[in-house]
Write a protein that binds this ligand. Structure first.
Ligand code: FAD
Length: 400
C-alpha cells in the first residue's frame, strides 16, 4: 500500500515467533513491503517447542472468562476481545489445521505438533510477499535505523514502521533472551524486571527423596492464600515441576506460603478416624499407606516436609495442610513464560511505544501474565495482529 506521498511503505518486523508472524501477515495484507528478521537460523523455535507435548493453542471460553485469566490486562484487553478463542480456532483452520477441544476446554491442533501449522503459516507469509531474514540479530538503534549483526556483517534497515516481537526472557537457546530490555530502556521506554511464570519450584531435597525422583504426584491440592490448585506434578531432582505447580507462580512471586493437602477429597474427620485405627506392630509408613492409601510419592512428601512426623491429631492436621517448603521459583531460563518487560504506560492503544513513534510491540515482551492452557499463545497472536494492523494504519497515514 502506498502512503499519502505515493510511496510503497516498508515495514520491519523483528522476531519470528507467533506474535511477529501474526504482525507480518497483517502488514503484508495491508499492502506494505514487509521484512521479517530473527536472530535464530530458523523461525518459530519456541512455538515448535511448545508443540512438543501438544500445542495448546487456546482455551475455548467466552471473552470475559478468557480475559479473567490474565494479569496486567491493560494493553492486551482490546486485542484479546478482537481475537479470542473462537478467532484463534478459525485462524488455525484457515491454515488447513483442524483443531479439537479437550475435556477441560483446551484447544489443540489435531496433529498436536506445531510443525504442520508453522509450515503452512510460513508458506502463507511467503505467498503474501514477506521477505524473511534469519540469523539477523538486531543489536542497536542508530537515528532512524535498526542495526543488525548478520552472517554477511553489519546491516541496517530504515523502515517506515516497525513491530518488535522479541519474546520474553526464558529458554534463551530458542532465541528469546530478554536482552532487548536494556536497549529499550536506553530509549526511555519504561520496562519492568523479568520474573518467571509457569515455573517449577526449587526444593533442596534430602537424600531420602532420591528414590521418588521422576514420580508423578496425583490427587493432591496445593493451597495458596485461599486459592486451591489441583493438577498433576512431578518430583524432579531439583524440586517440583508440572501443570499442578505452574499456576502457583504469582503466589510464589508474592511470597505467599503454600500448603499441600495430600487427601483433598477426604474430610479432616475421616483422616483423623483412619489414623486412630490400631497400628499394632506395623511400621508407621505401612500404617499410613494402609489406612490413608498414600502412594510412595505422597508418603515421601509427607516425611520430607513434616520431619519428624507428629502423631495423633497433629498428624491428621499436617496431612491436610502440609507446609510446602521451597527455595522459590526455578531459574528464569527454565520458566515456560516470563512476566516483566514493557509496562502498560509505555504504550498507546495501538501498542505503539510512546517514546518511539512508529515502533510497535507485541507478544510476551509486553508485561502481562497468564497461566498455561493456551492463554499465552492466544495473547501473542492477538497482540501481534493488533500491533500489525495499527502499524499499517500508522505507516499509511490513516486514522488509528
Ligand atoms: C516448553 C514450552 C511449552 C510451551 N507450551 C505452550 C502451549 O502449549 N501453549 C501456549 O499458549 N504457550 C506455550 N508456551 C509459551 C509460548 O510458546 C510463548 O508464550 C510464545 O512463543 C511467545 O511468543 P512471542 O512471539 O512473544 O515470542 P517468541 O516465540 O519467544 O519469539 C520471539 C522471537 O524473537 C527473536 N529475537 C529475540 N531477540 C532478538 C533480536 N535481538 N534480534 C532478532 N531476533 C530476536 C527470537 O529468536 C524469537 O524467535 C510454551 C513455552 C515453552 C518454553
Amino acid at each position: 500500500m502506498q502512503g499519502k506521498d505515493g510511496q510503497v511503505k516498508q515495514a520491519l518486523v523483528i522476531g519470528g515467533g507467533p506474535a511477529g508472524l501474526m504482525a507480518a501477515g497483517e502488514l503484508a495484507r495491508a499492502g506494505l513491503r514487509v521484512i521479517l528478521t530473527d536472530r535464530m537460523p530458523t523461525l518459530g523455535r519456541k512455538f515448535l517447542m511448545a508443540g512438543k507435548s501438544g500445542l495448546n493453542l487456546t482455551k475455548d471460553e467466552p471473552a470475559d472468562t478468557l480475559l479473567a485469566n490474565y494479569g496486567n490486562t491493560g494493553p492486551i484487553a482490546a486485542p484479546l476481545r478482537a481475537f479470542g478463542a473462537a478467532e484463534v480456532q478459525d485462524w488455525a483452520r484457515g491454515l488447513g489445521q483442524e483443531v479439537f477441544t479437550g475435556s477441560t476446554g483446551r484447544v489443540f491442533p489435531v496433529a498436536m505438533k506445531a510443525s504442520p501449522l508453522l509450515r503452512a503459516w510460513l508458506a502463507e507469509l511467503r505467498a503474501l510477499g514477506v521477505e524473511m531474514r534469519t540469523s539477523w540479530h538486531w543489536s542497536d538503534w542508530s537515528d532512524g535505523a535498526f542495526l543488525f549483526d548478520t552472517p554477511e556483517g553489519r546491516r541496517e534497515i530504515r523502515p517506515d514502521v516497525t513491530v518488535l516481537a522479541l519474546g520474553g526472557a526464558s529458554w534463551a537457546r530458542l532465541g528469546s533472551d530478554g536482552a532487548w530490555r536494556e536497549m529499550l530502556a536506553r530509549q526511555g521506554v519504561d520496562t519492568a524486571a523479568f520474573a518467571g511464570s509457569n515455573a517449577g519450584l526449587s526444593v533442596a531435597w534430602s537424600p531420602a527423596m532420591e528414590r521418588v525422583v521422576g514420580t508423578p504426584v496425583k490427587g493432591v491440592a496445593v493451597h495458596a492464600a485461599g486459592a486451591v490448585h489441583r493438577g498433576e506434578f512431578v518430583i524432579s531432582a531439583r524440586g517440583l515441576e508440572g501443570g499442578g505447580i505452574y499456576g502457583l507462580s504469582p503466589a510464589v512471586r508474592a511470597g505467599l506460603p503454600l500448603t499441600l493437602d495430600l487427601l483433598p477429597d477426604w474430610p479432616a474427620q475421616k483422616v483423623q478416624a483412619r489414623l486412630a485405627r490400631p497400628r499394632g506392630k506395623t511400621s508407621l509408613s505401612n500404617h499410613l499407606r494402609k489406612v490413608l492409601k498414600l502412594d510412595p510419592a505422597r508418603l515421601a512428601l509427607l516425611r520430607e516436609f513434616a520431619h519428624p512426623l507428629p502423631d495423633g491429631a497433629d498428624l491428621a492436621r499436617i496431612v491436610k495442610a502440609l507446609p510446602l517448603r521451597h527455595a522459590g521459583l526455578r531459574p528464569l531460563d527454565e520458566a515456560i513464560s516470563t512476566v516483566g518487560g514493557i509496562c502498560a504506560g509505555a504504550l498507546d492503544a495501538g501498542l505503539m511505544l510512546r517514546a518511539r513513534p512508529g515502533t510497535f510491540v507485541a507478544g510476551e515482551m509486553i508485561d502481562w501474565d497468564a497461566p498455561t492452557g493456551g492463554y499465552l499463545i492466544t495473547a501473542c497472536l492477538a497482540t501481534g495482529r493488533w500491533a500489525g494492523r495499527a502499524a499499517a494504519t500508522f505507516a499509511t497515514g490513516g486514522e488509528g
